[in-house]
Design a protein around this ligand. Structure first.
Ligand code: TRH
Length: 383
């Protein structure tokens, strides 16, 4: 299905220095929104430093709500539109950097074009951008070369680049000035702009798959003493809430201490603002998980389920990195279905421990270079 956006060529403002790079970033949408969410965020950040980025997607429909206005310096190309591919290969100069996100294979004709310019290009690097994990193997594999023995890229070297939580990894996506913007953010104004009648309640965002423990958690909020407003994101989270509410015999007076607001699909900057508005963020996948670190509030991660329970190891590795309090670890296991115990939202004291852990983790991460900075540095070193 072609995207509803024709490829546009917006050349970003040239930067004063000469290392402006041209990127071909390849994204295959597997399911959900994270593949595109991560690639779009990376493309934006590279373009914001003056690079020219072509984002090749097989299904860019979600950009209609994630990035309705596009972004200067980023060209979106539907790689299944043969004419768009032909034009992009013919019209634009060859890329300096080929990035295959999450191991998706670039179009062969683009690899051939890239390979053809190996000798002449000022910069020349082929990157395999991997999924995020806190597991130890990431530090071992990060920046390893992988020679290409066949196909149009024969003779070239592909480099593995792993995002991560430690200085021995590629870091996390984080735009410049995040900290100062976070301080200046006016959540009341943002909520009002979204039409949310905030009465000062505890704010919780919900971006999830189908957590088995959602119904008991809603019941806790309904019966709880503290008024809570749940901000439910569009898609699977809204469906999960509807199904959970059906299971719950709501108190006769409605939903007790729980109010629920349903959000439309938000542009990515507004999604980030949502996380920055809340006292507790329930996130999922990869990109929102990273953004929850920057928001600095308590947060809980529903990990993307994998076969053979590999996601159990991945989740525990991150809980170890975070040095998560026992109550947060137990809640994660319940929320991710690792244990049958219902999730127990702790009291104020334990929630303060959750926030302290989140903010300590954020401080450690802010001391490291962000992913886009490290990636550009790596490309300049390897070319
Ligand atoms: O949607 P996800 O579950 O994506 C997942 C993960 O990325 C996972 O690692 C991957 O293997 C799988 O896809 C294929 O969660 P994630 O990673 O948080 O991506 C969601 C993106 O959508 C994120 O960039 C935020 C954005 N978003 C908006 O911009 N507006 C919205 O309203 C919503 C709900 C999401």
């Amino acid at each position: 299905m072609a995207t509803n956006r024709r490829p546009r060529t917006i050349v970003g403002m040239p930067t004063p220095h000469t290392d402006r790079l041209r990127w071909d970033l390849f994204c295959r949408v597997i399911d959900n929104h994270g593949d595109l969410g991560v690639c779009w965020r990376l493309a934006r950040q590279l373009a914001d430093v003056g690079d020219a980025v072509r984002l090749w997607v097989d299904d860019g429909r979600a950009l209609g709500w994630m990035a309705p206005a596009g972004h200067p310096g980023v060209t979106v190309v539907d790689w299944r539109d043969a004419e768009a591919v032909r034009r992009a290969v013919a019209d634009a100069p060859p890329p300096d950097v080929l990035v295959e996100a999450f191991g998706c294979d670039p179009a062969p004709e683009l690899v051939e074009l890239f390979a053809r310019h190996r000798g002449t290009a000022r910069r020349h690097a082929w990157i395999n951008l991997e999924y995020l994990s806190a597991e130890p193997y990431v530090e071992r594999l990060h920046r390893l070369p992988s020679p290409v023995f066949r196909g149009p890229g024969e003779g070239l070297t592909k480099w593995f680049f792993y995002p991560g939580f430690t200085p021995a990894t590629g870091g996390l996506l984080r735009e410049p000035g995040l900290g100062t913007r976070h301080e200046a953010f006016d959540r009341r104004a943002w909520l009002a702009g979204q039409g949310i009648a905030w009465q000062g309640e505890r704010l919780v965002s919900l971006f999830c798959y189908e957590p088995p423990a959602l119904a008991p958690l809603l019941r806790q909020w309904m019966d709880g003493a503290e008024p809570t407003r749940l901000l439910v994101t569009a898609g699977r989270a809204a469906t999960a809430v509807a199904q959970a509410l059906e299971k719950l015999a709501s108190p006769p007076e409605g939903r007790g201490a729980l109010a629920i607001s349903y959000l439309p699909y938000l542009p990515q900057p507004d999604f980030d603002a949502l996380l920055g508005s809340c006292d507790l963020n329930l996130v999922r996948g990869e990109d929102s998980f990273v953004r929850a670190h920057w928001a600095g509030a308590s947060f809980v991660w529903q990990i993307y389920p994998q076969d053979d329970d590999a996601h159990h190891v991945k989740l525990n590795a991150w809980l170890d990195w975070l040095d998560a309090p026992a109550s947060l670890r137990a809640f994660h296991h319940a929320w991710n279905g690792f244990s049958d115990a219902p999730p127990v939202l702790p009291g104020t004291a334990a929630l303060a421990d959750w926030q302290q852990a989140a903010q300590a983790g954020r401080a450690r991460l802010l001391a490291q270079d962000d992913l886009a900075t490290q990636l550009r540095r790596f490309v300049n070193q390897k070319s």
